[in-house]
Design a protein around this ligand. Sequence first.
Ligand code: MIC
Ligand code: SF4
Length: 759
Amino acid sequence: MAFDLEMIQAVYAGMGQRIEAARTAVGRPLTLTEKILYAHLYGGNVTQSFERGVSYVDFAPDRVAMQDATAQMALLQFMQAGKAQAAVPSTVHCDHLIQARDGANEDLAVANDENREVYDFLASVSNKYGIGFWKPGAGIIHQVVLENYAFPGGMMIGTDSHTPNAGGLGMIAIGVGGADAVDVMAGMAWELKFPKVIGVKLTGKMNGWTSAKDVILRVAGILTVKGGTGAIVEYFGEGANNLSATGKGTICNMGAEIGATTSVFSYDEKMGDYLRGTSRAEIAEAAAAVAHHLRADDEVYANPEAYYDQLIEIDLNTLEPYVNGPFTPDAAWPISQFAAAVKEHGWPEKLEVGLIGSCTNSSYEDITRAASIAEQAVTKGLTVNAEFTVTPGSELVRYTVERDGLLDTFAQMGGVVLANACGPCIGQWARHTDDPKRRNSIITSFNRNFAKRNDGNPNTHAFVASPEIVTAFAIAGDLTFNPLTDTLTSKDGQQVKLDEPRGVEMPPQGFAVEDAGYQAPAEDGSGVQVLVDPTSDRLELLEPFKPWEGTDLMGLRLLIKAQGKCTTDHISMAGPWLKYRGHLDNISNNMLIGATNAFNGEANKVRDFVAQGDTYNTVPQVARNYKSMHIGTVVVGDENYGEGSSREHAAMEPRHLGVRAVIVKSFARIHETNLKKQGMLGLTFANKADYDLIEEGDTIDILGLTTFAPGKQLQARLHHVDGDTDLIYLNHTYNEGQIEWFKAGSALNLIRLKEAGQA
Ligand code: MIC
Ligand code: SF4
């Protein structure tokens, strides 16, 4: 599992000169984001300055990480690229496919059995292409990356939207779709629009019940789910230096929920502590030696308004704990106002389950703080009124907290320890309930709370908070409880108050683990066979998508006009569907089944205009019907379409089922790129009000494609059922290279043509 010290030293050795060149090119002091980005230009030399929010830039990330649910598609694509080895250090992490039901050991055994074919596939592809493989049970990708691979000033991409977690160790870590990972593993440039930079200045020091999680819950309330789009969030100020590296990780992790490209902290002693504590003292030393490169220039901190595109200030002294939700992570309630909000909105007051852990909140510090509350359930003689689960982020953390007696503490309050995996966070939760449709409330220390995400029940109101707040709520079993001010009645009738949480950043006896779960790849993988059974329902080799036909697209059918929130969970649901992540045709049966049809307010019920008798059917079925008649389709959507996950299935499924264009009011970054990579048209209404012109039964022509060019609008002609037509204008963000992807049918088609010397 050895981290790559030489690679890291090489990054540091080149940094000074590149940053100096960047400062000259840009002509002003640099933010930390700019330093790291300019130090990672593809080709190395800094010869020009780039405009934030405008220039497309080629980067050379240091690493790639993939989790099992996205790695399947990423590696199926990589296998088509014709390379012998991954060009940069890369890892695969088996974390998403383990279903939480009875507890860690039982659930892991079931997962190993049920997913054997997929795990064997991932292990053998990894072995063949020089990719490190973390077995099921080793932990959640982002926690394992933080413990082993993240380093200050580095740059990585990961096929998961919470990859930014590594910003806690000062890394620019960006969530992408699998096709992007293929570029980097193939040794090609990875392209990103040079981001804007949002500064968040943290002053003061947290106290009492407030934790790092509350910083990001508050920021989410300020910026909303789309406020970070196209930007990197850079945290600084004395308050930042007081936060543990893992606390910083929590903040960066959940930056995904505001749409940020990533989030990052500058190097400080807390990062040094964490690196030393996780057996990487050499990196701490190397980083300390270049610490001036691992922070913004002094002028930036002295006058932040002048250098950041937007500035937010948060005073940690007065920051309250937050509870965010339900159904969206940016509905932020300070704890002092939460009970009133619960009453006012009529959310179910009884709390049924509290769930802690996940990639967001699994550190030693998190566990100790939560345990200090759990302990009081016993010492103060309290009844625990909700179910309680713990998902450790990694085997390293789990082993260590078990050794230190903390898991026992949770067990004593009735907690169930689940496998080191995503579990309930991604709907891998066989929730014990008598009625899967009941209105109910749960609270988690995870990051997302979209409808149906955890247990598939649209009536589950999921709230997000810190682990210690979740634990306190689980004891109370009541959402109107405020642990800071309210008392609970003990078993012997006393009114008792919970003491403030106490945490320990790093284990006093150090981390320990018996088997971390890592498998190194073969030195020479050329002889390794990767087998995919042609009859498998879990894995399917990919067929290249067809290139563009060279004409405008005439007579497309409107498949669905989606209304309101349409996240990747709505477009390609997770939970039970995760098992088809390596089989494009099978997983396509979940396409857009969660999206609300604007014409009838229902999910997964759209009109089929070519079926016998003009009927309604499910979205995938209607798409298949049009496809079988060679009729292309269009999906129309609302704001921030495709928010949430990096899963490229949300782009590949529509591509596979014949959707040609996705036209929306606005996109989330990763999803927009995923559409482009798969050869789709991802377009936005030039005039957002034109969304209202789209009528049920429309056929749509997409015009202007023969002169498709960067910055030049396309048009759509809408043919309504009553014979009327409308001509509307569509914006796009395709650059020259991306237009080539569209023409070739996908980015991968272009790579393949290039490998074969035909492009
Ligand atoms: C998520 O949190 O939504 C996931 C599941 O980790 C996804 C990745 C996936 O869909 O496989 C993400 O965040 O990118
Ligand atoms: Fe896993 Fe949840 Fe983290 Fe996504 S957010 S990586 S599903 S734990």
